[in-house]
Design a binder for this molecule. Sequence first.
Ligand SMILES: Cc1cc2nc3c(=O)[nH]c(=O)nc-3n(C[C@H](O)[C@H](O)[C@H](O)COP(=O)(O)OP(=O)(O)OC[C@H]3O[C@@H](n4cnc5c(N)ncnc54)[C@H](O)[C@@H]3O)c2cc1C
Length: 427
Amino acid sequence: MTSLWSAHLADRRPTEPLDGDTTADVVVVGAGLTGLWTAYYLLDADAALDVLLLDAGVVGEGASTQGLGACSADLAISAERVALAFGRDAALDLRAAMRDAVVEVGGALALEQVECGFGFGGALRVARSTAQVERLGELVATAPTWGDEWSLLDAAGAQEHVRVPGVKAGAWTPDCAVLDPARLVRGLLDVLLARGVRLAERTTAQRVSPHAVLTDRGTVRAPVVLTTVEAGVPGVATGRTLAAVPAHALATTRLDARAWGEIGLEPGVVVREAAHLPVQARRTADDRLLLTGAGHPSALDRALATLFPVADPAGALRWSGRLGVPRDGLPSVELDPASGLGGAGGFGASGVTAANLAGRTLADLACGVESSLVHLPWVGHRSPDWPPLGGAAVSLAMRAAARADAAESAGRRSRTAAAVLDRVPIG
Ligand SMILES: Cc1cc2nc3c(=O)[nH]c(=O)nc-3n(C[C@H](O)[C@H](O)[C@H](O)COP(=O)(O)OP(=O)(O)OC[C@H]3O[C@@H](n4cnc5c(N)ncnc54)[C@H](O)[C@@H]3O)c2cc1C
């Protein structure tokens, strides 16, 4: 099912598939946000580069146009976990780079005059149980350690942003913007095509190897081969193993002024319950309430009924996509100078901002620029492989998360769920 965002775009004729063998300076496999930003920053570094983008489908059909459109500084992995694995300075650098990337996305879009409704509105987390209040307290207490800005709100303070029934507390950060992801993808693509990037759609990479990509339409030889397929076809990623986790979206019909008066959510603000398996929500520019979340699609209906009872689900538009989730929750960005093979992925539900940062980093790596980005802890990182039945581990973790959320709503805790979630970071 087409996303709300894509349904509003004017039709575009796809480019021709690859027509036999060819060469390029850099070939980028996968033209979602990561591939597009990578091409953008490659040309920014050297406008004369011959960059060829390949996509198995049509640009704009993948996860990049299916999301909530939250451009936030969050990553699924906590700064504490990054610090444990790579040290405190590395964790601080990654947090700072993610916050900067939110600003960079807005700056690049303004520079290129890409109109996609980018605007800072901030993000709010709401707590409706004692356990959730405790989690928000921890978030706010540890945020300054990592340079993050979160402030604690009491129930009345949270209700000023959104009137969610039963809210006990909230946490607020200004480091979050929203945008229309389909217009972002289309706008970036237009910029790239105008700069001479070559794009071959409906061209599936079947194998990537040093300096070459074998596709169903011919072979591309290039000194640098970058794979940015996220939860795409397994086997073509450069050795990363990502679990493809289903995620869903629900957009109500336009709500009237009375309903918005009761909900009280301003366009631009991203709201999410402080749950283990959270649903995120925002108000679109055309006054729909949009919800997204991983797990079972029915979770969105439950969240709508519980958090926004005034919003009628009748006539809602629904669609689904997949998140690329690494075993340890940390995305990876890599380029092996010897083989010319590289890529980026594993962004979970944080790809809008992380794709920009990864794209800039890949461009620096490919152009040999010794920037601070190429020393971020996710560069050269390999998440441990998922076990052979990785999908089952993810399903188990999502069920555990849902159970833990239900227990917390009833004033209880689930130790087993907490243990499972500690071992399998999802989202
Ligand atoms: C329901 C939902 C809600 C989300 N909400 C948000 C949000 O609010 N904020 C946020 O930051 N992130 C969100 N995300 C995640 C975000 O959309 C992704 O992290 C991001 O789009 C990843 O971009 P990408 O370019 O790496 O991957 P994709 O957009 O998946 O692009 C990969 C491309 O590779 C192509 N491809 C795959 N295999 C091959 C192959 N063999 N050969 C050639 N091409 C291939 C695909 O056709 C696709 O176009 C959401 C995701 C979903 C599904």
